[in-house]
Design a protein around this ligand. Structure first.
Ligand code: SAM
Ligand code: DTB
Ligand code: SF4
Length: 333
């Protein structure tokens, strides 16, 4: 038998739902899991094919994060160093001053970021908290940066206020599958998150929504997360795929490390199921080799967090990222 006669592997028959290009497309957990189970070359080929239909595969969008309110959070998300329930060494601090936020945003722009994302360790913003954040959004937007905020659960009307201040994206993650979620977080449920995402979408904001790999979830849970994201109607414009950053003192510290090739598979599955989304290779890059990150780009990632810090933990420094992109012949969007 010549190589050309070799039959395609059985998994190559995994079908894309017939309606995947329309708003009624639904991905079953089984169909996503079948993608995750594909031989890696097959999965990467499919992901690249989809990626090239919608994006220049040499371009990467750069978002810089800033924690505008750090620590002391009342929630119990098992991965998070900012929960007041865990002893992690993260100090509880007040909301930052506008001038300091603006200084960080200017530095991010000068370093080449196109989006600035402000994060707060809140269950959600109280109305008196939101007012100063609206000023920050307005000022950052005026610098010519895209704006993003991640402030927790939103109440009715808050997404509209953020939109009117000039917010472009709201980040709120589903984190994992509905089935595994309760093992990680008890203080808010999956539906609370979906409700906030509905408010964000209803206000006409772009949705940034993804999850975390490496919390002890099964492959079916990973498929469940991707199916949930892909079945949001419409699916998010931005999909951060985080690899758990293990922080001492959090309940999830000490988990088995994720096989980086399984992480690459998640990126590819996100790309295939959400073809037009920016898929962000998010937390966990500092622990990844250049080669692993390169595979994530080959699998369809086209966005990263850029700058020395995520919220409380480290991220590759700007020099390392510049040289990585140069080595790969890639460049910022
Ligand atoms: N407090 C707000 C909330 O939970 O919606 C906003 C900030 S919260 C830190 C944003 C997201 O960061 C979480 O939903 C989670 O997906 C991610 N995250 C937090 N800690 C992480 C960690 N140790 N490793 C990877 N991702 C993490
Ligand atoms: C997202 O999906 N990842 C970012 C952002 N959205 C807010 C946060 C990652 C946090 C990693 C742990 C930390 O630095 O505290
Ligand atoms: Fe609080 Fe957000 Fe951390 Fe959960 S992820 S503990 S809500 S800061």
């Amino acid at each position: 038998m010549t190589p050309l006669d070799t039959p395609a592997p059985p998994a190559a028959t995994v079908a894309v739902p017939a309606a995947a290009t329309g708003s009624t497309a639904r991905w079953t957990v089984e169909a996503v899991q079948a993608l995750l189970d594909l031989p890696l070359p097959e999965l990467l080929y499919r992901a690249q094919t989809v990626h090239r239909e919608h994006f220049d595969p040499t371009k990467v969008q750069l978002s810089t994060l800033l924690s505008i309110k750090t620590g002391g959070c009342p929630e119990d998300c098992g991965y998070c160093p900012q929960s007041a329930r865990f002893t992690t060494g993260v100090e509880d601090s007040k909301l930052m001053q506008l001038a300091d936020v603006l200084g960080a945003a200017k530095a991010a722009k000068a370093a080449g970021a196109s989006r600035f994302c402000m994060g707060a360790a809140w269950r959600g913003p109280k109305q008196r908290d939101l007012a100063p954040v609206l000023e920050m959004v307005e000022a950052v937007k005026a610098l010519g940066l895209e704006t993003c905020a991640t402030l927790g659960l939103l109440k009715d009307g808050q997404a509209e206020q953020l939109r009117d201040a000039g917010l472009d994206y709201y980040n709120h993650n589903l984190d994992t599958s509905p089935e595994f979620y309760g093992d990680v977080i008890s203080t808010r449920d999956y539906q609370d998150r979906l409700d906030t995402l509905g408010r964000v979408r209803g206000a006409g904001l772009n949705v940034c929504c993804g999850g975390i790999v490496g919390m002890g979830e099964t492959v079916t849970d990973r498929a469940g997360l991707i199916a949930q994201l892909a079945n949001l109607d419409p699916y998010p414009e931005s999909v951060p795929i985080n690899s758990l950053v293990q922080v001492e003192g959090t309940p999830l510290h000490g988990q088995d490390e994720v096989d980086v090739l399984d992480f690459v598979r998640m990126i590819a599955a996100a790309r295939i199921t959400m073809p037009k989304a920016f898929v962000r290779l998010s937390a966990g890059r500092q622990q990844m080799s250049d080669e692993a990150q390169a595979m994530c780009f080959v699998a369809g990632a086209n966005s990263i967090f850029y700058g020395e810090k995520l919220l409380t933990t480290g991220n590759p420094d700007v020099e390392r990222d510049r040289s990585l992109l140069a080595r790969l012949g890639m460049s910022p969007l």
